[in-house]
Design a protein around this ligand. Structure first.
Ligand SMILES: C[S@@+](CC[C@H](N)C(=O)[O-])C[C@H]1O[C@@H](n2cnc3c(N)ncnc32)[C@H](O)[C@@H]1O
Length: 220
């Protein structure tokens, strides 16, 4: 899979692509991630990329030309152009799975007041990461990269993905590690029993209980 990120603040992505599972996925050739500065595509003086809104109002609007040129520099037939915007579809695990099957995604990060509306003619999908407004699309794009890359086959173990929260309208079961007793708190006996059938039943009932308690809205 290939991910091209179009941004005005490339350095924000350094930590994401140089750490942990994402770095390993890049090193193993599971994903190629390119961070591209939209400003490099400005033909205006001082590499200007934004201007005041027609009709008045505060803030600056990202101009068509640099953004069109940045998208066109990377877009091919099978690309999906995904715009970060608070007014997009709210991102979730199902969309993360859908995106992980695309061969090439282009993540478009806005800033300031957002994009000139005409830029949407080049966009396949508008995505929001939640009902709040951030200063830029870099954190939303990072959230998408992180959640999508870990779903690419071979990046993390199939076993870890099997019972994850949101994959089958349930939250995950609780997990414990050593020591067996910590400050008087004991690991549930069933997990030490070695009885795989009982452990599976316990985990299933815990998933149901926790989902009912915390997120009854996702239960089918
Ligand atoms: C300050 S916001 C623009 C907000 C816009 N004026 C509005 O009210 O919808 C600047 C940029 O941050 C990004 N952004 C902010 N909040 C976001 C969210 N919840 N999800 C995705 N992108 C977001 C978008 O790329 C947006 O163009």
């Amino acid at each position: 899979m290939k991910i091209d990120v179009l941004t005005l603040f490339p350095s924000i992505f350094n930590i994401i692509i140089e750490s942990s599972i994402i770095k390993r996925a890049i090193d193993k050739g599971k994903v190629e991630i390119n961070i591209i500065n939209i400003r490099d595509f400005s033909d205006y003086s001082n590499s200007q990329v934004d201007d005041t809104p027609y009709g008045g109002g505060g803030g600056m609007v990202l101009m068509c030309d640099p953004v069109f040129k940045a998208i066109e520099s990377v877009k091919v037939d099978n690309s999906k152009v995904i715009m970060m915007t608070p007014s997009g579809s709210v991102f979730n695990q199902k969309l993360a799975y859908d995106f992980s099957k695309f061969e090439h995604i282009i993540l478009l990060c806005g800033h300031y007041e957002g994009f000139d509306e005409r830029i949407k003619t080049l966009v396949d999908l508008e995505v929001s990461i939640g009902d709040y407004v951030l200063t830029g699309g870099e954190l939303p794009a990072s959230v998408i990269i992180d959640s999508v890359v870990r779903l690419i086959p071979g990046v993390i173990s199939e076993e870890s993905l099997k019972s994850e929260s949101f994959t089958d309208s349930l939250l995950d079961y609780p997990v414990y590690t050593k020591p067996r007793v910590y400050r008087g708190m004991e690991v549930p006996e069933v997990l030490l029993s070695g009885d795989h059938k009982r452990i599976e039943e316990y985990r299933k009932s815990e998933r149901l209980r926790i989902t009912r308690e915390k997120r009854a809205d996702i239960l089918k």
